[in-house]
Design a protein around this ligand. Structure first.
Ligand code: PEP
Ligand code: MN
Length: 446
């Protein structure tokens, strides 16, 4: 008997769905969902399967994930320059890791779809005025006025279009010559003179150049040197959007969410009997779940059984976000029980979300030292248990913002206002991101 795939894909509608915006007019929402359902896919099932294979290699200990981008992408930020700067930084970090740690790097952008945010409070108060919280450009506007903060379902369609624009740029940059390894210096040109991280990178780029010249002289010039595989990802938060972009693949007859290659469930929406876990259990993309410091080993095992009952390699990634002070205590028992369970999991460290605090100026910030310490703790725990530290998941931008304190340029708390541009959480800037890549490469070699 044929299974009713459509019915299964809508099973989440009967379950509690946290963090969903309330729309004034559900007729409008239905019209938007119908319009989205007619749009072309942003990614293809075959690409998602290829990423799944690469993540299977990560789970086996043979590759490393570099996943990153803005906390919240914005429609205004979908420009060629902003996308290029982010990609450039991601490529530089990936080259540092590939060369200095000698490990294949799976490159996944928190890009081309990261337009929706879960919020800890439904409203925001400023100078005595209370308005709905900003939930990401896919839902409402960042500006603090009643008109802008109104939830507007048509923004979902705009999120789709901005995702298409961004992904098109990413595909063009990574396949059209810009990601060619002979460009290692070019990615750094505007950066080298101004920063210690840029100078350190330049030395490594010179070594890569020599290695490339040597290999060319030997007659080796493989395709892999001329472009990279790049994958898109975002938090699968708005279920109407994800459902409307889920299609049954003609070849396999299986459903894929074609809004991104990789989708993850956030820390706030990973309830075992909730709508998000149900929906993601039914699509065939590779998926992730964020695990915060209160996660019990039993929670993790139950998520494995629900999201990857067949133990498919590469299907499930756990993204831990414990906080620098907690990771060394909280992570070991999770890893031990998950390893005993036997089903493959890729472990990725998000060193950002457990380390956020508010500066006296009111800016949300993170200390680069805490970020580095959480990554160091992640490596220590895995190395002690003989398991594989499979990757990092970070919030960063290619611009020289001042959102996280510390780092090579020593951004002080008093400097935060200078270039504080994030629409949500504080991001590492380019120098801070490169410093992190160098540190991870050193930890990896140990
Ligand atoms: C995020 O990734 O921006 C986020 C909200 O993370 P978490 O679900 O881990 O809190
Ligand atoms: Mn964030």
């Amino acid at each position: 008997m044929a299974t009713d795939i459509t019915g299964e894909l809508d099973a989440w509608r009967a379950l509690p769905a946290l963090q969903q915006p309330e729309w004034d007019d559900t007729g409008e929402l239905a019209a938007v969902a119908a319009a989205l359902a007619k749009q072309p896919p942003l990614v293809f099932a075959g690409e998602c399967d290829q990423l799944k294979e690469e993540l299977a290699a990560v789970a086996r200990g043979e590759a490393f994930v570099l996943q990153g981008g803005d906390c919240a992408e914005t429609f205004d930020g979908s420009t060629a320059d902003a996308v290029k700067n982010k990609l450039k930084t991601l490529l530089q970090m990936a080259v540092v890791l590939t060369y200095a740690a000698s490990v294949p790097v799976v490159k996944i952008g928190r890009m081309a779809g990261q337009f929706a945010k879960p919020r800890s409070k439904p409203t925001e108060v400023r100078d005595g005025v209370e308005l709905p919280a900003y939930r990401g450009d896919a839902v409402n506007g960042f500006d603090f006025d009643a008109g802008s903060r109104r939830n507007d379902p048509w923004r979902l369609l705009q999120a789709y279009h901005c995702s298409a624009i961004t992904l098109n740029l990413c595909r063009a940059f990574t396949k059209g010559g810009y990601a060619d390894l002979r460009q290692v210096h070019a990615w750094n040109q505007d950066f080298v003179a101004q920063s210690p991280a840029g100078q350190r990178y330049e030395q490594l780029a010179a070594e890569i150049d020599r290695a490339l010249t040597f290999m060319k002289a030997c007659g080796a010039n493989p395709d892999e040197f001329h472009g990279v595989e790049f994958y898109s990802s975002h938090e699968a938060l708005l279920l109407e959007y994800e459902r409307a972009l889920t299609r049954v693949d003609h070849l396999s007859g299986l459903p894929y969410d074609v809004s991104a290659h990789f989708l993850w469930i956030g820390e706030r929406t990973r309830q075992l009997d909730g709508a998000h876990v149900d929906f993601l259990s039914r699509i065939r993309n590779p998926i992730g779940v964020k695990l915060g410091p209160t996660t019990s080993a039993d929670d993790a095992l139950a998520l494995m059984d629900k999201l990857n009952p067949d133990g498919e390699p590469g299907r499930l990634t756990f993204v831990t976000r414990m906080g620098a002070g907690k990771i060394r205590d909280a992570l070991p028992s999770l890893i031990e029980k998950v390893t005993q369970h036997g089903s493959p999991v890729a472990w990725v460290c998000d060193p950002m979300h457990g380390n956020t605090w508010e500066a006296a100026s009111g800016h949300k910030t993170r200390r680069v030292d805490d970020v580095l310490d959480e990554v160091a703790g992640f490596f220590e725990v895995h190395q002690a248990l003989g398991t594989h530290p499979g990757g990092i998941h970070i919030e960063f931008t290619g611009d020289d913002v001042t959102e996280c304190v510390g780092g090579g340029h020593e951004i002080a708390e008093d400097d935060l206002h200078q270039r504080y541009e994030t629409a949500c959480d504080p991001r590492l800037n380019r120098g801070q991101s490169l410093d992190l890549a160098f540190m991870v490469a050193e930890l990896y070699r140990k």
